[in-house]
Design a protein. Structure first.
Length: 247
């Protein structure tokens, strides 16, 4: 590129996502931003806000069919912007991740951190050719897999039974063994990680849900987030953990 992308984050109200949208819209210098801001200020009607103008432009753009690909930058380059968010537990372990394609606002979320899925999302929405098999890190196929699920919240202070149901077990492809560990993390605690409060082992079948009962779970006073770690022994090796969920 002949010109350097300017960083607009020093302006109040402009964060990474807004800056990325400006860049991918072809506004990548302070001069271009000044021209756009002046032009928009001149077309605003009485009582209208910039959001009103933006909504009107988006509606007309949609009627016209939109733009099939990101805008062209100097030297023929094309910019595609993505925003990646990762929620980390106090001990640094990823709990969930989310990536957004700024131009189309398409989103996808995962439990934990899955770099292969993130790469596939970027390739699909950015129009990239698939990476060569030899250049992409490959996970090792294994019959031992782990799925981490958000199990909601619970109020502590008294013992309680916690009942959970794992669904979509057809995704495992056959009968399987499992170990389920329920952990809790008190909201607002500093420096405290997930603490195991119950565990169950057993076997499951692809055609049945798995009902898990954790009796007499003792939680300290306060509101706690719950997490279920579901370790599986699958009937056959796979590179990706099965897509399971809690009812």
């Amino acid at each position: 590129m002949n010109q350097t992308l300017a960083s607009f984050r020093d302006l109040k109200g402009i964060g990474p996502a807004t800056e990325a949208r400006l860049h991918e819209s072809g506004i990548y210098t302070w001069e271009a931003l000044a021209v756009a801001a002046t032009a928009l200020a001149s077309v605003r009607g009485e009582g209208e806000t910039l959001r009103d103008v933006a909504n009107g432009v988006a509606a007309r753009r949609g009627e016209a069919g939109g733009e099939a690909a990101g805008p062209r930058l100097p030297d023929g380059e094309r910019l595609e912007a993505f925003v990646l968010r990762i929620a980390l537990a106090a001990d640094g372990k990823p709990q969930r991740s989310e990536v957004t394609h700024v131009r189309t606002m398409a989103e996808q979320t995962w439990v934990g951190w899955n770099p292969d899925q993130v790469s596939a999302f970027v390739e699909k929405h950015g129009g990239l050719p698939p990476a060569e098999a030899s250049s992409r890190p490959r996970s090792v196929a294994s019959s031992d897999q782990v799925v981490v699920l958000d199990a909601g919240k619970a109020i502590g202070g008294v013992g309680r039974d916690i009942n959970l149901v794992i669904t979509n077990t057809r995704a495992v492809g056959g009968d399987f063994g499992y170990r389920a560990t329920l952990s809790a993390h008190r909201l607002g605690s500093n420096g405290e990680g997930w603490v195991a409060v119950g565990a169950r082992t057993g076997t499951g079948a692809a055609e049945d849900d798995v009902a898990l009962r954790f009796p007499g779970v003792q939680l300290p006073a306060g509101i706690h987030s719950l997490q279920l770690r579901f370790e599986l022994q699958l009937p056959r090796a796979t590179r990706q953990p099965p897509a399971l969920s809690l009812a």
